[in-house]
Design a binder for this molecule. Structure first.
Ligand code: SF4
Length: 415
C-alpha cells in the first residue's frame, strides 16, 4: 500500500525578526496577531481592547496611528498595559504621515515594537521614496523592525501603470490580473530592497502582500516566498463578515501554511456591529491548531447529530464544555501547563460515540433516540464510568475538571 504523507511541507526558510520579544520567521512557531478597531486617541478603549485581544491569545497587536492625537496616546497606552501586566508588543499602523508622526512623537516611536508601512500610500511622486526612507531611518534609530505591508486596495499606482504599459506593449500580453499580482510583489520587494539599502537589516523586515481574492492571494504569496527569504506576514484582506470571512481566510491561509509559507497570520474579519473583536484571534488559532501547527486550547470533538438524536442534550453539552474551556483558558494556561493538548469528545449515540470517545483523552457517548438512557465515559481509551439520570451534563463537566486537575495540575507535575 502506498504510504500517503499526512504532514505539511517543510516551512520555507525565512530570516527571523524579533518584534518586541516575539520572533516572527526563522523557524519560530507561526505567530497569531490581530488589530484593534478603537480610536487609538481613546486610551481607555484601546487599552481595554488590546487587553482583550492579548487575553484571547493575540501575540502581537496592531493599532492605528493616524494623527497626532493617536501618536500622543501610544506611550500612555503602553504604560497602562504594563501596569496591567500585559506585555504584548504593539505595532503602529501608519499611512500618509507616518514619517512625520514618528519624528514629532519620539515617545510613540519608542513605545511601539514595530512600524507597519504601506508603500502604496507613504507619499506621492518624488516624496514617496524620501518619506519611506524617513520611516526606515526612524526604525533604525529606535532599533525597531518594520512590516512592509502591500495591499492591492492601495497599490502603488505609478508602479502598476508602468507594468501595465509594458505588458500592453508585448506581442502576447499577460492577463491584467497577473500583472496586478506582479505589481504587488514588486512593490514589496522594491521597498524591502530600499529599506536594506538605507541600512535596515533583513532581520528587521517582514513582508506582506494582501489581496481579497483567495486564488490571487495563494498565487501572490507562493510567488513572493519563492523570490525572497524575508519573514512573511500572511493575511487575506477584506475577508468579510461571519462565515464568509472565516471560510475564505481558512481556505487561503490553510493552503499556504500547508506549503510551508507564512510566519505570522492575521484573520481580518469584519465584526458584527458591536461584535467581539477577539473572534479574529480565535479563528487564527483554530486554523493553526486544526492543521496541527500549534496548540492553543483543548479541542472538543462533537458529532454533527442526525436522525438518531432527537434530543438536544449532546449539542448543549458540547457547547457548554467548549465555552467552559474558552472561559477558563486564561487561568488554566497558568495553572495547568500543557492543558492546550487536551482532547474532549461529546458524541450523540452509540454508532460512533464509543469509538470517537476512546480516541479522545476524555469522551462521553450520550444515548441516542431509543437507546438505553446511559452515557459511558472514556478516559484515555478506557471506560471509567456510566452516567445516568437528569444530571449527566453536570457530572461529565465535573469529570472533565477532575481529569484536568489530575493530569495537568501541580500534583501531577510533582509526581
Ligand atoms: S454519532 Fe450517532 S448521533 Fe452522532 S452523527 Fe453519528 S450516528 Fe448520528
Amino acid at each position: 500500500m502506498e504510504d500517503i504523507i499526512a504532514d505539511p511541507l517543510p516551512r520555507r526558510a525565512t530570516v527571523g525578526v524579533n518584534v518586541g520579544g516575539v520572533v516572527v520567521g526563522g523557524g519560530a512557531p507561526v505567530v497569531v496577531q490581530s488589530m484593534t478597531n478603537t480610536d487609538t486617541a481613546d486610551v481607555d478603549a484601546t487599552v481595554a481592547q488590546v487587553a482583550q485581544l492579548a487575553k484571547a491569545g493575540s501575540e502581537i497587536v496592531r493599532i492605528t496611528v493616524d494623527r497626532p492625537e493617536s501618536a500622543a496616546a501610544v506611550p500612555r497606552i503602553r504604560e497602562r498595559l504594563e501596569l496591567l501586566g500585559i506585555d504584548v508588543p504593539l505595532v503602529g499602523d501608519f499611512h500618509y504621515i507616518g514619517h512625520k508622526l514618528l519624528a514629532d512623537f519620539p515617545d510613540c516611536a519608542a513605545a511601539l515594537a514595530k512600524y507597519r508601512i504601506n508603500p502604496g500610500n507613504v507619499g506621492f511622486k518624488d516624496k514617496k521614496d524620501r518619506q519611506f526612507i524617513d520611516i526606515v531611518e526612524m526604525a533604525i534609530r529606535h532599533d525597531k523592525p518594520v512590516r512592509i505591508g502591500v495591499n492591492w486596495g492601495s497599490l502603488d499606482q505609478e508602479l502598476l501603470t508602468r507594468l501595465m504599459d509594458a505588458n500592453n506593449a508585448l506581442a502576447s500580453p499577460r492577463p491584467a490580473r497577473s500583472v496586478m499580482r506582479e505589481a504587488i510583489i514588486q512593490s514589496a520587494l522594491h521597498s524591502a530592497a530600499l529599506a536594506e539599502e538605507t541600512g535596515l537589516g533583513r532581520e528587521r523586515i517582514i513582508l506582506s502582500a494582501k489581496v481579497s481574492n483567495v486564488q490571487d492571494l495563494i498565487a501572490v504569496y507562493r510567488d513572493l516566498s519563492r523570490r525572497t527569504d524575508h519573514a512573511i506576514h500572511l493575511g487575506l484582506t477584506e475577508a468579510g463578515m461571519g462565515s464568509k470571512g472565516i471560510v475564505a481566510s481558512a481556505a487561503a491561509m490553510g493552503i499556504l501554511l500547508q506549503e510551508g509559507i507564512g510566519d505570522t497570520i492575521r484573520v481580518s474579519l469584519t465584526p458584527e456591529p458591536g461584535g467581539d473583536r477577539t473572534r479574529e484571534v480565535q479563528v487564527a488559532q483554530e486554523i493553526l491548531q486544526t492543521m496541527g501547527f500549534r496548540q492553543f486550547i483543548p479541542i472538543v470533538a462533537a458529532c454533527p447529530g442526525c436522525g438518531r438524536t432527537t434530543s438536544t442534550l449532546f449539542q448543549e453539552l458540547a457547547e457548554t464544555i467548549q465555552s467552559d474551556i474558552r472561559t477558563n483558558m486564561p487561568v488554566w494556561r497558568e495553572r495547568y501547563p500543557g492543558v492546550e493538548a487536551l482532547s474532549v469528545a461529546v458524541m450523540g449515540c452509540i454508532v460512533n460515540g464509543p469509538g470517537e470517545s476512546k480516541h479522545a483523552d476524555i469522551g462521553i457517548s450520550l444515548p441516542g433516540t431509543a437507546e438505553v438512557p446511559s452515557a459511558p465515559v472514556y478516559i484515555e481509551g478506557q471506560k471509567v464510568a456510566t452516567l445516568r439520570g437528569a444530571h449527566i451534563a453536570q457530572e461529565f463537566q465535573t469529570m472533565v475538571a477532575d481529569y484536568i486537575e489530575r493530569r495537568f495540575g501541580h500534583s501531577a507535575a510533582a509526581e
